[in-house]
Structure formats: C-alpha cells, structure tokens
Design a binder for this molecule. Sequence first.
Ligand SMILES: [Zn+2]
Length: 267
Amino acid sequence: MMKPDALELIIRGRTDFNEVERYCEHPEDFLHYLDSINVERAGLINYVAPEIIGFTPVVNDWIANYCKADPYRLIAFGGVHPGSVRDTGAEVDRLNKLGIRAIKIHPSHQALSPNAYVSGNRELAAIYDRAQSHGIPVMIHTGTSIFPGARNIHAQPMLTDDIGVDFPDLPIILAHGGRPIWMAEAFFLVRRHKNFHMDISGIPPQKLLEYFPRIEDIADKVLWGTDWPSPGVNQMPQNVAKFESLPLTAATKQKILHDNAAALFPR
Ligand SMILES: [Zn+2]
C-alpha cells in the first residue's frame, strides 16, 4: 500500500528487504526468525494514514489475519483514522472483535494532533473512549519523522497531556519517547499520568542514557522496542546487546525488556 517515496525510504540502506517481504507474507517464517534471535513476542505496528503513507483501514484485517499464526507471540497493533471510516467508535469495536490488541495513532503521518478532540474532533474522542472501554492500549507516535509529507507539529508529546486528564483509564504508550528533540516532555508526561507508558523504539541504545538520564525513575513504565524495520534500524539482537551493556540495574533491564510489556499485554 505504501506510496512510492515512502517505500523508497524503507528500502534505502536495507540489505534484508527481501527477508522483510518474506516475513510479511509468511508469519511462520517470522516466528522462526524471532526464535533465532531469542525474542518471545513482537508488537506488529500498523496504522491508517491514506494521504501521507498510503495505509487504508484494510491494514487492520491484514494484521489480524497475520497474527492468527500465534496471537500470543504476535501482538497485533491496528489503526483508526478519523475520516477513513464512517464511525470510528464502531471501528474500534470491530478491531477488538478481530483480536487487535492495541491501536497506533501516528499524528505526523495522519496530520492530526492527538488532542484534536479538545477543539471538536468527536471522531477522535470516540476512538479514545471506545479503546478505554475495551481496555485496548493506544500507542501514540511522538518525535520527528522524516517520511515525505510528515507533519511534525503534531508529534510533540505535550499534545497528549490532555488525554491523561480526560481518559485517565486508557493505557497510553508514547512511542519513541519523543526522540530526538522532545524527550523531556515525554519523561514528564510518563511521570505525571498513571496510565502513561513510553517505549524506547527508534532510540539508538547507546544514546538512551543521554536522552533519559533518569530512566530508572520510570523503570516500571518503559517498554522495549526497536522500530525494526524502519529506516536506520537494522539489527534487533545487536540493539538488545547494546542495551544490556548500559549501566542500569538488572531489575530495570528485566522490566524494560520483558515485564512491563508482559503486564500490558497479558495472555
Ligand atoms: Zn512511530
């Protein structure tokens, strides 16, 4: 579905694109790959962004079907985009029935501020409201994007503060911790709101403590992630090895690499 210039950005610099394509067609192959790198479970991120990237709501049916190969190990993330479906609340209900475990909002690729409901976007409010009822976590992309057409004004973490106030029981994951320029906002929000988490996907592990010097303070709310196979992210196991070499406590590493995500996505 990807528009040509978005696809070009994904392919450029990859030596493993053929494998990525094969995994997209064959979940069994991907599960074998996960076995080979000692990964128990993977969150497979999809979202709807028809104008800027090319993804339509059909990604939800695709990923739900894909994850049937092993719905425990393959955690389906789908998307709902105001304007792409007639009734966003009903779409969240449909995703829940399909077995989708989380929703990704991508503000810079959807040209949509995550708090747009405050100024009248009722379709967005309906997404949060229905997700909260179902207990479906909402992951919100924070931090810059270099995809052609991305609207980065919407990707500032502070725009999610309203959600913490208005939907206090909706599990929120701030993807990428606002990297590489809004980390202080993400750290503040994760500390402020009890329902907020963040993931560290897309952050080079050797930069993690430079970006988040007090990450141990939020160790219970940080999720591992790599952002593979997005641009610049080549090797998942090497990222884990670099993370494990950081001067963090063993307890913090265990929480970030395993326990926090396991609690958010129980069997
Ligand atoms: Zn993202």
